[in-house]
Design a protein. Sequence first.
Length: 211
Amino acid sequence: MELSVLNIEGKESGKKVTLPAEIFGIEPNEHVVYLDVKHYLANQRQGTHKAKERAEVNYSTKKIKRQKGTGGARAGSIKSPVFVGGGRVFGPRPRDYDFKLNKKIKVLARKSVLSARAKENAISVLEAFTFQQPKTKSYLGLLQALSLNNSKTLLILDGHDSNVYLSSRNIPKAKVVTADSINTYDLINAERVLITETALPKIETLLSAKS
């Protein structure tokens, strides 16, 4: 697929690039996309939830009443889960939600989403650019020039650019990442994927693994 390279004013620069078919032209595999998104979301979970169980409640272990003759059930300690403030039965414990996912599956998932975006004509290639200083107004001007004011956008740069990143940080629907940190979840959520001309070779190198 051949695309015209746009400048930050939203106009064609006169240059064209060819998106490699092995990355942007494959048949999408929905199942590996599901697995990679599930893996990404699992890694976002901190797993720090915790409830005190009977052995961890700081109450007296003194028997609160005699065992028989009270007309009620036996109760050995106020730590019992049947009392208010007692320990919780089978409460949540800290855990790691991560699971193993092969690298080839991750690569295939990213290729699948990029190919789907290419078929939807939802990919634009921009000339490499930067801002003299971080200003939200500068990034809003870029989005306005591309007619993407109200769209969810993902801008992929070849490397970290503080001015561009900080300029986009206060815009709710805009996200900026580097070519080596793209993930399937961000690609799916974006209505328009913006790739700088210099980031394309890096994406091609990173996703060149056989899947």
